[in-house]
Design a protein around this ligand. Sequence first.
Ligand code: NAD
Length: 339
Amino acid sequence: MSIKVASNGYGVIGRRIADAVKAQPDMELVGIAKVSPDYKAKLAVEKGYKIFSADEKGLEKFRGNGIEPAGTSKDLIEKADIIIDSTPGNIGPSNKEVYADLGKKALFQGGEKHDLTGFSFVAQCNYGDAAGKQFTRVVSCNTTGLCRVLNALDQEFGVDRARVVIARRAADPDETTKGPIDAVSLDPVHLPSHHGPDVNTVMPHINISTMAIKIPTTHMHLHSAMIQLKDKTASSDRVIDTLNRTSRIMLVNSKSGIKSTGQVLDLGRELGRPRNDLFESIIWEDSVSIVESEVFFFMGVHQESIVIPENIDAIRAVMQTKSAKDSIHITNQILGIRK
Ligand code: NAD
């Protein structure tokens, strides 16, 4: 049986989710909903996607731009077993009411608060706990990247304490009006940042504190991680071996010419990934070092794509159609994630 999936929102995340759903053997994309009949809408129609206007008012706007919508987002929601809501943060609460009225399951994104669903998801950490949930939140890009790594290290060595400094991309590539253009913003000035508590929505037992700054780049976040391990005998070789064995972690090395996020993005192109996407947490292997059982490393997070495999797995997890192992395997294979 194919799971009928609707994508409500068709921006940075929604477009990628729609394409990823379309590619899964056990899912059917019943349509996408968006606000404006722009170039993205036109290309979605060319791809054969059924397009729905976010509201009644928008129907005429779509028609005026040569696009015949299949209805409004309410019509789309009715057709779906599950809705992936990738509208901008804080629209979730009003959309949730609509999904609840129609008795539908929905996934929300990391821009929404944990309280909206009471359950936050990362496939490798808590797949089984999503079973049967009506509402689930797939956590943000930074939280996803951190949870994958902390989970692997915690299982192998025990994590005593994690401290992470995150240099955040200022905007996504198409957000031409956002800055800073020539500054580093303290984001926030008052510490710690929200990223640590967000990790705790998935892994409540991890002692973690974070700081963040915003830098003038659009393509990736960069984490500087300092993680105190419980196992005092841990070596950098064992840490590298653990990360190497963990799904959705990709190790890169400066010896092969990858010394910046720019080269990581180029790697995405060379791998032939759609839109240069890098779904993995990218860790510089030669940055992994241990000082008095504290492990240090740099990690890159491609904000536009890292949560896509998590959304696909969350669909199967809440619909209870596959085990975590099988779902992660299928998703990885279809998206071209090597392990
Ligand atoms: P976006 O602005 O690129 O796209 C939002 C989409 O939702 C647009 O297509 C817009 O037309 C549509 N939309 C707006 N209001 C709507 C409504 N009422 N009904 C239907 N569609 C509506 O946003 P995004 O960057 O894709 O972010 C979406 C969510 O994903 C947010 O919660 C965000 O925090 C989260 N997220 C974003 C990133 C990122 O780097 N961009 C990474 C991880 C998670």
